[in-house]
Design a protein around this ligand. Structure first.
Ligand code: PHB
Length: 391
């Protein structure tokens, strides 16, 4: 073929491709399919929404893509119902073939989701659920968490309660992994510093008939009470604790979930409560200020810990995607990059433990008006013990 003719053929081929594909599409990376499995109804509905908002805020800040990839969302309302969890996770993994599962809030639901993720080798990022097992005996290379383990804030609060001079405490929670493990964390911290937990009281999730247990607390007369409740149930509990006349006689402590995103609905009953959590209002860092401004402007709401955890889930996913550039979603390369990432979180920068759980500061906070104001760092760079994790 003569040179001129060869060039003409090449030009024609290029024009044909150009006519079939939109400009730039020849180089465009494959999109990333994100499965959001979160509660959008029930007692944790606001938590699922905040996580979704935070995740999408980070993507928007990246110009609507992650590492240059278009993000396609597949969404399931898990209703915080463990009985429906396997089927719901399978909808995303098998039917929609998502590349990554992001979820969820409820520990029992997350345990079932993680089994689906492990069995199918689907990448999973947990933006809340604290079940200790997920980064303990059930840890897996493809399962990451951007939130906390139930043990972490509980343990930090136990230490603080003992340092305040309390010798005895009663713990109370819903009867499921999160409540039992948070209370266990509190007991570990409290008893290591000389305190004694007299009794762990429970009621089924998501019941809010607290009266009989409040009567029992009054008769046990502990020097302190520690609880795990969150969302709508937390609002009712704090109001009932005050109405039962206990607020002024027995100091109430909790993981910060009790008062995050709930103070307004408590209408003053939460005022003054001390809680421990990996996020707080009034953290003086530039990342947090920018995050909060954008969140408030975009959603006309103040962000809370759940929004932060969702935002950081998107940041962690981007760290993985950066490692594979525009190419195939090679899991080993993504996992390696995610393990090595430092997440520039509004809570303060954090890294992940070998078990893929955040190593992070736990703040002591005090509820003032609508805010959980930071008081101090209750436990610096606290790592979950990750008992039973072999990876
Ligand atoms: C959990 O089930 O792990 C859980 C639920 C709500 C929270 C925190 C933890 O606010």
């Amino acid at each position: 073929m003569k040179q001129a003719r060869r060039n003409a053929v090449r030009t024609l081929a290029a024009l044909t491709v150009g006519a079939l594909l939109p400009i730039g599409a020849a180089q465009a990376a494959e999109k990333i399919k994100v499965g959001l499995m979160l509660p959008y109804t029930g007692t944790f509905a606001a938590l699922g929404t905040a996580i979704t908002n935070g995740f999408k805020q980070y993507v928007a800040e990246q110009g609507g893509t992650l590492a240059g990839r278009e993000v396609e969302y597949f969404v399931v309302d898990d209703e915080s119902d463990p009985a429906k969890a396997t089927e719901n996770a399978n909808k995303l993994v098998k039917r929609d073939q998502v590349d990554v599962l992001v979820g969820t809030v409820h520990s029992g639901v997350a345990l079932a989701m993680a089994k689906v993720a492990r069995d199918n080798k689907t990448l999973m990022i947990i933006p809340n659920a604290g079940a200790d097992e997920l980064t303990g005996p059930l840890c897996a290379p493809n399962v990451f968490r951007t939130s906390f383990s139930n043990w972490q804030p509980g343990y930090a609060m136990g230490k603080v309660a003992a340092e305040k001079g309390h010798k005895t405490a009663v713990t109370m929670s819903w009867k499921y992994a999160a409540g039992d493990e948070a209370s266990n964390g509190f007991a570990k911290g409290f008893e290591a510093s000389g305190g004694k937990v007299l009794k762990h009281l429970t009621l089924p999730f998501p019941n809010v008939e607290f009266q009989a247990l409040l009567t029992e607390i009054a008769s046990l007369k502990p020097e302190a009470v520690y609880v795990f409740f969150a969302g709508g149930g937390a609002v009712k509990f704090v109001k009932d604790y005050e109405a039962a006349g206990l607020k002024n006689s027995i100091p109430l402590y909790s993981s910060g979930f009790l008062t995050d995103g709930t103070l307004a609905a408590m209408g003053g009953s939460g005022e003054g409560l001390l809680t421990a959590l990996h996020y707080a209002d009034g953290l003086e860092n530039a990342k947090d200020k920018a995050f909060r401004n954008t969140y408030a402007t975009t959603y006309k709401l103040q962000p809370d810990v759940y929004a932060v955890q969702g935002y950081d889930a998107a940041q962690l996913l981007k760290a993985g995607l950066d490692a594979v550039k525009g190419g195939k979603l090679e899991q080993p390369a993504m996992i390696k990059a995610m393990e090595a990432a430092t997440i520039d979180s509004p809570r303060g920068a954090f890294t992940l433990s070998k078990a893929h759980n955040p190593v992070q500061d736990i703040y002591l906070r005090k509820a003032e008006g609508q805010e959980n104001k930071v008081v101090s760092v209750a436990a610096a760079k606290l790592a979950d013990p990750a008992r039973g994790c072999r990876m």
